[in-house]
Design a protein around this ligand. Structure first.
Ligand SMILES: C[S@@+](CC[C@H](N)C(=O)[O-])C[C@H]1O[C@@H](n2cnc3c(N)ncnc32)[C@H](O)[C@@H]1O
Length: 427
């Protein structure tokens, strides 16, 4: 099957079946062998998620009646064709003929002429993509624009702009294997351009690179992790010998960093999602680190834990992921407005429960990759108001000492959007 047909299938899975692109894309990539084709497939799918409303309108305007039911995949295929015409350097005749061939491969022979005709029509006119309303202009759902406007009256446009950028690639140096300076020297010897980030182990690559080209990647020299996510372990600051809980651990990026910083910590990594939990173990194995990995509910600790309370807890809570749209542009179309209040209620429940399992004097780091105050600042304010033994300890990096937590916005110092609040329990 050609790349366009596979792209239409992946886009269909996201938009019609609510599957995340990080699951749908690899499923289709299995069917292509050539690395260049895999990259083109990813480029088309990610690009479509960034520009969906404009592409969708362009295609819909060319159809006399919309495709329904099983034929919806031909609508997605037309979007694939339209994306190539507007956003790639693929010659128009190749984009049109390959997309028409994809229609045949998807077994809609009767619609090949329609696909050909619509794409030729779009190519002939090549009218500027419509931006008459905010959703089209910003390629962002209206509910999300509204929430951003309320939370960031002067910065919301810049946040949307940043969320459309292609993210840089960050590495986390494994301090158990070498110093960051040593690893930077190894990168330089391989002509890979990189610089240190603000976090103690952070390395920012000048351009994304295949991990297999990185020195000693397979034996655990470095991991791929955004600069913002790397603050979690340093801010929790685990000490060797302590009993630590990573309450929502999968796929384990932060679990591993905690152990790289303090390998003698007794770490328990828990997650609700059994499948995602497998990746925690894989990451630990590659980095030769040890933790107790448990499939369990962070809102019901006694159901899987018989030990004492914890010295430190990392609560990297399930969230809207609105801070990482630049890495996962499909989030914009998978999330719904009502999800935010549901997520906030779940976060509050997990936070209150984990707090009961923190020792007096212990530290809990609340983290999300969200930029919405409902999941962050407001959440922590409500928790502090209802929890007399909780005290917020300012984070050095936050702009104002009196801010409730540290909100990182997407693109700030090249990082993803993230939120941290450090809470200490009274003795
Ligand atoms: C933001 S992700 C965690 C990312 C992870 N800390 C890392 O750095 O790789 C949130 C995780 O919370 C998990 N989760 C959601 N509800 C949970 C619950 N009640 N108990 C435990 N884990 C939960 C999800 O399965 C998801 O893996």
């Amino acid at each position: 099957m050609n790349v366009r047909a596979l792209a239409a299938k992946a886009v269909f899975d996201v938009l019609e079946r609510g599957i995340s692109l990080s699951v749908a894309l690899p499923e289709q990539q299995q069917h292509v062998e050539n690395g260049k084709d895999k990259a083109l497939l990813a480029e088309i799918c990610y690009g479509i998620m960034r520009h969906l409303p404009q592409l969708d309108k362009c295609v819909s305007d060319c159809l006399s009646k919309p495709f329904k039911g099983k034929q919806r995949i031909i609508h997605q295929l037309l979007i694939v064709g339209c994306y190539q015409l507007y956003f790639t350097r693929i010659p128009a005749h190749a984009a049109v003929s390959e997309t028409a061939e994809a229609c045949r491969q998807l077994k809609f022979n009767g619609l090949v002429k329609v696909v050909n005709g619509v794409l030729r029509n779009i190519e002939r006119k090549k009218a500027p993509l419509c931006d008459s309303v905010d959703t089209l202009k910003y390629n962002t759902p209206a509910w999300f624009i509204k929430r951003l406007q309320q939370a960031y009256p002067t910065q919301w446009q810049q946040i949307i702009e940043q969320s459309h950028q292609r993210p840089p690639m960050w590495l986390r140096n494994n301090q158990q294997q070498q110093t960051r300076e040593n690893f930077l020297a190894k990168l330089s010897a391989e002509s890979i351009d990189a610089q240190s980030g603000a976090g103690e182990d952070a390395i920012l690559l000048a351009k994304p690179t295949d991990v297999n080209a990185l020195p000693d990647f397979a034996s655990g020299s470095v991991s791929v992790q955004d600069g913002a996510a790397q603050w979690a372990a340093s801010l929790l600051a685990p000490q060797n010998g302590e009993v630590v809980l990573d309450a929502c651990a999968a796929p384990g990026g932060k679990t591993c960093h905690l152990l790289e910083i303090a390998p003698e910590v007794q770490l328990t990594a828990v997650d609700f999602d059994e499948k995602r939990l497998e990746r925690v173990q894989q990451n630990l194995d590659r980095l030769k680190l040890k933790a107790q990995v448990i499939h369990g509910d962070a809102a019901d600790i006694p159901s899987w834990w018989q030990g004492d309370k914890f010295d430190r807890i990392l609560l990297d809570a399930p969230c809207s992921a609105t801070g990482v749209i630049r890495r996962h542009p499909d989030i914009k179309w998978l999330r719904k407005n009502q999800d935010i209040e549901e997520l906030a209620a779940l976060q509050q429940q997990i936070l209150q429960h984990c707090w009961q399992w923190l020792k007096p004097g212990g530290t809990l780091l609340y983290a999300t990759c969200s930029i919405l105050p409902q999941e962050n600042r407001d959440q922590v304010s409500a928790f502090l108001a209802s929890t007399p033994d909780a005290k917020l300890v300012a984070i050095e990096q936050q702009p104002e000492a009196e801010d409730i937590g540290w909100q990182i916005l997407p693109g700030q110092d090249d990082m993803d959007g993230f939120y941290y609040a450090r809470l200490v329990k009274a003795i």
